[in-house]
Design a protein around this ligand. Structure first.
Ligand code: NIG
Ligand code: FE
Length: 389
């Protein structure tokens, strides 16, 4: 096992308050020692132990790799035409998902593998070292299981989203589709996923249907997470908290009771600014959630319909500009927040024992991720202790 040391870090975000200043555990003039796949040591640069290899950060900032806890990467085709129409005034609806379902079913395994690999690599270049991805564009037992198997070859975390929309073949029989999802589809998919998700929204699945699907998944050992309250108010958030889901995702339209529920449970509120950006919708109010005591994560929601970005730096910048987050809060939500949403304690922080997922920024401070929007600031990435870019 080889070791390396990153020296002369101008500003280091550890996300461990025991190691440095404030909630980010900030250290100045710091060093990080990597041994094999893990962080072995964090401390002042002048006191850093020797290692096989050395990298001089020359005063630049270092953060933990981003944890993107919500993406939909197993798809074929794109929806440029739909995006164009939306930018000319058309509203976003769940109906566009059907276009991607048709293209994904028609695609070969090789094509889907190549697509997922491409977007995971694109995300890695932008500092994402842990990524979750979902099925949801197959909607048959065969196509959903295929999507999950492909996802598992490329992503760290895999989620079964057979309940993305009612499959076109079941348009007149939504109850029949819920039976399919909770029966044969779950049988085919459970071995390949850790999580079960439902798009709980008007035009997709209502509260009762979502509850049936999430509890069936839980009975097979899958942990719930929920697409909740994206397009309007609804039961998704409260259902997520009631079922102790790992995460309620979107959280754009919240009542006070929804906010209280999130603040009172351990379900993470995962906010997806790319979706509001790309659908020209009102952003979720992160400040309201944080002030109430809820845990917030930021993720890309990367998918061809509502948010075709793989960029966590972009999401951080938008969250700061439009969701009333401070730069510190947004960077924490994009790293540690994502880890919490995936119930992981090995990623999202840089402390001894954590996975050596390290991002060097071409900037003196993590604040520049919001201060310099759109600028490619990620200059070096280690994932599991291996230098990737
Ligand atoms: O998270 N909300 C549901 N699913 C995706 C959109 C999928 C699509 O439009 O293809 C989302 O925004
Ligand atoms: Fe999504």
């Amino acid at each position: 096992m080889s070791s390396s040391v990153i020296t002369r870090i101008g500003s280091l975000v550890t996300n461990d308050p025991a190691l440095g200043e404030g909630p980010l555990g900030l250290l100045e003039d710091a060093a990080v020692v990597i041994d094999g796949e893990h962080v072995a040591w964090v401390g002042p640069s002048a006191a850093a132990p020797a290692a096989d290899e050395s990298y001089d950060a020359a005063g630049r900032a270092v953060i933990p790799g981003f944890v993107d806890s919500h993406s939909h990467l197993v798809f074929a085709g794109d929806r440029t035409r739909e995006f164009n129409a939306r930018m000319s005034g058309q509203a976003y609806t769940a109906g566009g998902i059907r276009t991607t379902v048709a293209a994904t079913r028609a695609a070969s395994d090789d094509e889907l593998h190549a697509n997922v690999a491409r977007y995971v690599a694109e995300a890695l270049r932008q500092g994402t070292t842990t990524i979750e991805t979902k099925s949801g564009y197959g909607l048959t037992p065969h196509d959903e299981a295929r999507a999950l198997r492909i996802a598992g070859d490329h992503a760290d975390e895999v989620t079964f989203l057979g309940a993305h929309i009612v499959a076109p073949e079941y348009a007149d029989d939504p109850a029949g589709y819920v039976d399919l999802v909770t029966g044969p589809m779950l049988d085919a998919c459970a071995p390949y996923a850790r999580w079960v998700d439902v798009f709980c929204e008007r035009g997709a699945f209502d509260g009762d249907q979502a509850r049936a699907i999430l509890t069936a998944g839980a009975a097979r050992g899958l942990v719930p997470r929920v697409h909740a309250n994206q397009l309007g108010h609804g039961p998704g958030v409260q259902l997520a908290v009631e079922l102790d889901a790992a995460s309620a995702d979107h959280c754009t339209h919240l009542t006070d009771a929804d906010v209280d529920a999130l603040a009172g449970g351990r379900t993470v509120a995962t906010l997806l600014p790319g979706a509001e950006f790309s659908t020209r919708a009102v952003y979720p109010d992160a400040r309201r959630l944080i002030d109430a005591g809820a845990t917030v994560a930021l993720s890309t929601d990367c998918n061809p319909g509502s948010s075709f970005t793989s960029s966590m730096p972009f999401c951080v910048a938008v969250a700061v500009r439009d969701m009333r987050m401070t730069p510190d809060e947004a960077v924490r939500a994009a790293t540690l927040g994502g880890a919490l949403a995936l119930r992981r304690d090995d990623v999202g922080r840089l402390a001894p024992g954590a996975r050596a997922d390290v991002v060097v920024l071409d900037a003196p401070s993590h604040v520049h991720l919001a201060y310099r929007p759109g600028v490619p600031l990620v200059s070096a990435v280690w994932r599991r202790g291996v230098r990737e870019s």
